[in-house]
Structure formats: structure tokens, C-alpha cells
Design a binder for this molecule. Structure first.
Ligand SMILES: Cc1ncc(COP(=O)(O)O)c(C=O)c1O
Length: 418
């Protein structure tokens, strides 16, 4: 049978209809639950967390769900990471090892604490930080690891915690993309000193913008709480302001939506998992297209879905595949439009944090770490060879069938011409 003509060659598109998106109600689970709690906040007249109960309730339920004693709600995922970093009280020029495949928010938290980000390479198939590469980048100034549970999949926390113990390092887990993900059955965010979550519009649960920090270490948790609220003593104890913190407080209106969303987390993850896993199982049946690797100990919660190709089996290279996928109207894209490890951005190359200085990369505080493309071979490969699609709870099994139909069409076409 002659394979169907591809849209990239002038054939019909696999799909014209828009996909459900995180940008609006088509891909988000908002309803009466949020409206009811918002109504309660407005009727109470208390919009600030000091006076209301919604943010406190959200913190309590989030902590209980994660089996930790402490949670502090904040205004964004970046604020959550900055609060965690701030609580570590590191010295200017101290180094924090992290990943070059992340949002700039992870790095802002490091640099705004006057610390130097050092990047380890990643596993090419998962894009998760590679513990072996972490070991290679540890120096006498390394104080912390900031690891990112990417796309909904947790990092290898057995190996990361072993490295941290060996070298006496703090561990911050960036869970912005990985609500409810688990490593070996234990919640992502509860292994290290802090777990930091984002509630930005695209995340598994959302308030548009927002975040939350969890911890099981009482002293660090207390420091984080004070950091997020200007180091004011809200206990009535009269302790004076003894450091410079931030105002990252969450408002009661945001708290109301956060609480309603948290109570729906199981349903949301259930829907995402059903469709994402159906997609992965379908991809297994398509020659030349390879589902992204999920570690057997990982519970993935599908912020995005991912795949790669086997160029030899498919009979097409990465660029050809990308053009075909876009032309068919499928939602997959090469993972990042920037196409480079994050540290190749001008902010890093110019050490542009504080005025015209190169602080904290300059002596006497720190060292001038050089960020070079060739130090991240796996990241570079992944940037060109991993395709991801933003996933959401609005996707149906019919949508999955459409994506699979498009991928099968592309596979049949190129394989027939090998
Ligand atoms: C991995 C990661 N870290 C940090 C952030 C920052 O979160 P926010 O946008 O809520 O500040 C995001 C989200 O954009 C993210 O995906």
C-alpha cells in the first residue's frame, strides 16, 4: 500500500482542530470548587494571609499530603526557590550545582543569593541531571545541589542523596514541573532540605502564578518562613528584623484557588496519566519513534510528554522529522526553542547580575566559571533530538489517537522510502 502523502509535501494535515491547551479552560480543571472558596475569601474581607485562613489551610493540606511538617506558600516557583536558597545562608561566591535544562527561575534563585551556578550535564534520554556529571563538577566551593525533576519525572534521588551525604551538601529539589511525582514511592520534594513547587499557569495545578516550599528540617524551615515575609516575627514574640528577606507572601485569593486545585490533584494527575500513558504505549507500536525513558523507580506525572526518533529505522533525520510533525498539525516540538543549554544565554556569558560588576563570579568572592557549549554534550544532543508536547488534563483518548495517527503516517512514509 502506498503511504499517505505527508502534509509537509502538500498532503492533508492529520488534524486542523486545536488541541486542548494549558493557556485556557480547554486544558485546565477550574470550576465551582475554586469559585466557592474565592467567594468565602471575598465575603470574609480578609485578603492578606496574616488575617485569613485560606493560605494557612493550603499550607497545612500541602504539607500533610507530602508527609512533611512544614510548607510555606509563596508568590511563584521562582520565589519558592529563592526562599529555599535564602534560608541556606550561603556565602557570596559559594557554588551550587544544577542542570542546564531548566527554567531560568531555578538559576535566578542561585544568583540572587550571590552564589555561582555550576552546570552538570544531563542524561540524554530523560534530560534529567546526571549524577556522574555532578560528581565531576564538585569543587571545594560547592555547597548545594539544586536538582530539577523535569517534565513530571523525578531525578535519581538515591544517587543524588548519596553524593550530598558524601560531600555534606544541601539539596534543593525543584518540583515546579513535577507535582505528585515520586521516586521509589516517595514524594518528589521530600528527599532534600527543601522541595519547591510552582503554581504557574502551565503546571499540574495552578493559580496563574504562585508557589510553595516544603521542608522537614525545622531550623531551615523557620529561616525560610521568615525570609518569605521580610523577616518579620509574626508569632507576636517581638523579635526584631535581623536579616533582609523578601515579600513573597501568597494572597488569600490565590490561596483559595490553590486549595481547590490541591484537592483535585489526584483527579488531574489521573487524567494526565491515562492519556499520556496511552500515548506512550501507542508510540511503542510505531517503528522509528521511541518513547522517552522513564526510570522504573519513577512515578511520572506528565507535565510534558516526550519522545525521540531512531533515524536509521525511521529513514529521516531530526530536522526532517520536526518539519513533518509541525506540518501535520501535531503538538510535538523539539524540547526548547532556544536550542542551547541555559548557561549559553547572554546573562551567563556576560556575568550580568549586579550592575556592571561580574559579582559574584569575581574574586575575592567567587571564581570566573566559564560556561562553554562543549561541556554539555548530552544536553546539546537532547536539544536537537528530544521532542516534547505540553500535556494537560483536557487531552482525551481521541486526541491521543490523532497524535498517534499523525506519527504513524510520518513513520510509514519515511520507512517506505528507506
Ligand atoms: C523547572 C522550573 N523551575 C522553576 C520555574 C519557575 O517557576 P515560576 O514560573 O512559577 O516562577 C519553572 C516554571 O516556569 C520551572 O519549570
Amino acid at each position: 500500500m502506498t503511504p499517505e502523502e505527508l502534509a509537509v509535501n502538500g498532503g492533508p494535515k492529520t488534524r486542523e482542530k486545536p488541541w486542548p491547551t494549558i493557556a485556557d479552560a480547554s486544558g485546565r480543571d477550574f470550576g465551582e470548587e475554586e469559585m466557592e472558596l474565592l467567594r468565602q475569601v471575598m465575603q470574609s474581607g480578609s485578603l492578606g494571609y496574616m488575617y485569613g485562613s485560606m493560605v494557612k489551610q493550603f499550607e497545612q493540606e500541602f504539607a500533610a499530603r507530602h508527609g512533611v511538617p512544614f510548607a510555606c506558600a509563596v508568590s511563584s516557583g521562582t520565589a519558592a526557590l529563592h526562599t529555599a536558597m535564602g534560608a541556606l545562608l550561603l556565602e557570596p561566591g559559594d557554588e551550587v550545582i544544577t542542570t542546564p535544562v531548566t527554567d531560568i527561575g531555578s538559576i535566578i534563585a542561585i544568583v540572587q543569593c550571590n552564589c555561582i551556578p555550576v552546570f552538570a550535564d544531563v542524561d540524554p534520554m530523560t534530560m534529567l541531571i546526571d549524577p556522574k556529571s555532578i560528581r565531576e563538577r564538585i569543587t571545594g566551593r560547592t555547597r548545594a545541589l539544586l536538582v530539577v525533576h523535569l517534565l513530571g519525572q523525578p531525578c535519581n534521588m538515591d544517587e543524588i542523596m548519596a553524593i550530598a551525604q558524601e560531600h555534606d551538601l544541601f539539596v534543593i529539589e525543584d518540583c515546579a514541573q513535577s507535582h505528585d511525582a515520586k521516586w521509589d514511592g516517595k514524594d518528589a520534594g521530600t528527599f532534600g532540605h527543601f522541595g519547591c513547587f510552582s503554581l504557574q499557569q502551565s503546571k499540574q495545578i495552578t493559580t496563574g502564578d504562585g508557589g510553595i516550599v516544603v521542608s522537614s528540617a525545622p531550623d531551615l524551615a523557620d529561616e525560610a518562613y521568615r525570609f518569605h515575609d521580610k523577616y518579620y516575627d509574626r508569632t507576636g514574640g517581638g523579635r526584631p528584623v535581623d536579616r533582609f528577606g523578601m515579600n513573597y507572601r501568597m494572597s488569600e485569593l490565590v490561596g483559595a484557588v490553590a486549595l481547590a486545585q490541591l484537592r483535585k490533584l489526584d483527579r488531574i494527575i489521573g487524567r494526565r496519566s491515562e492519556t499520556a500513558e496511552a500515548l506512550m504505549a501507542g508510540i511503542d507500536e510505531i517503528p522509528g519513534i521511541v518513547r522517552a525513558k522513564v526510570h522504573p523507580k519513577a512515578t511520572h506525572t506528565w507535565w510534558r510528554v516526550a519522545c525521540t526518533i531512531d533515524e536509521d529505522e525511521l529513514g529521516a533525520d531530526a530536522k526532517t522529522f520536526t518539519r513533518a510533525v509541525v506540518a501535520e498539525g501535531l503538538p510535538l516540538r523539539v524540547h526548547t526553542a532556544r536550542g542551547e543549554p541555559i548557561c549559553m544565554a547572554p546573562a551567563f556569558q556576560n556575568y550580568a547580575a549586579y550592575g556592571s560588576s561580574e559579582f559574584p563570579w569575581e574574586p575575592p568572592y567567587g571564581r570566573r566559571v566559564v560556561y562553554r557549549l562543549e561541556d554539555y554534550p548530552n544536553t546539546n544532543w537532547a536539544m536537537e533530538n528530544v521532542w516534547t508536547a505540553s500535556w494537560n488534563e483536557g487531552f482525551t483518548l481521541e486526541d491521543v489517537d490523532d497524535i498517534l495517527r499523525g506519527l504513524r503516517k510520518i513513520s510509514d512514509y519515511y520507512r517506505s522510502r528507506r
